[in-house]
Design a protein around this ligand. Sequence first.
Ligand code: NAP
Length: 358
Amino acid sequence: MQSEQFEVRRDSLAETRVVSARLPNLVDGEILTRVDRFALTANNITYGIVGEKLGYWKFFPVESGWGIIPTWGFADVVASRHPDVATGERLYGYFPMATHLVMRPGKLKESRLVDISDHRAELPLVYNAYMRTGEESAFDASMEDERMLLMPLYATSFCLYDFLQDNDYFGASQIIVPSASSKTAIGLAYALKEDVGSRVCIGLTSPGNRSRVAELQLYDKVVTYDELSAIDETQPTVIVDMSGNGALLSDLHALLGDNMKYTSNVGVTHYDANKMGPHFIRERSAMFFAPAHIQKRTKEWGPGEFEKKAYRFWYDASIKSREWLVIERHDGMDTLGRVYSRLLAGKVSPDKGIIVSL
Ligand SMILES: NC(=O)c1ccc[n+]([C@@H]2O[C@H](COP(=O)([O-])OP(=O)(O)OC[C@H]3O[C@@H](n4cnc5c(N)ncnc54)[C@H](OP(=O)(O)O)[C@@H]3O)[C@@H](O)[C@H]2O)c1
């Protein structure tokens, strides 16, 4: 039997190829999973952009120079040489853009296992852990699409909201969110909207996405990238940035000056505009990495507490998201190639949720 995987050139993400191989024979302790479906958003493109720096190429290593971008999805166990993992089990977690994945389960709990393969040993637990959905008490099969698409992003939104609260909004009275149409930003906007004690939230987006963002009615104000003068620069401000747009951040920092209290660098949706401009205030800006925040809260709140809160948040926000989210399904390697190119070029409308089956 053959497996197929979708690979990209690490230094040129537009170059792709499909590689077929014979499925390897399992050794004791291993399982073979058949990837069923996975979601694609700008977050996956970012995994490729920062793959070298943050280790994302290490999850599913291939020939030097090439890489497999990780995704969130579901897979079924189709062969097992592990005594406690049965064929037919369904797993949710981090899977390659490929038909199959060989894993080495360890640290088994009733509803969770960890891939303890040597090459993943140094990588964050949130990516190495898989949920065994058949054993999950709260498992809801009707939410599988939202789980792949929104759980990783809304868990980050929840982290960002928690981080802002924990720091008393850095003394700010307004929050600016560039790339406000992104799902991670929308999740944050849901959290802020629910909280009467939060701050004024301004969504910044491109002119083409303005009306869609405004229709959500989640941001107090929606401003496009070419009308920064509509921002009240006299207000102490915190920026939660999904765009990574260097010129934009520089312009915002120049406009706000001392009122720019803090910038959280969360994402790089505008990855091809990431050269920092001259007014960027580095000393009040820092990268945000959700797995690190989750690790901190797990230590402080105790095991499982973060997951419980984030799950509740994701569930409620996902139900609300059904009002605007349109699932777009794709099947097979050829269509994956096409939708991946659209995503890379920023040509996927923000209300679309891409789900791929191979
Ligand atoms: N630090 C962390 O731990 C963490 C965790 C989760 C996500 N993130 C990051 O948050 C960001 C948002 O991810 P997401 O999955 O929520 O995004 P998404 O929903 O797919 O966002 C789509 C939006 O991003 C902008 N965009 C996407 N591709 C673009 C391109 N090629 N050129 C210009 N703009 C483009 C557009 O927004 P506008 O027109 O509004 O700009 C577009 O509507 C990603 O960079 C992701 O990696 C970070």
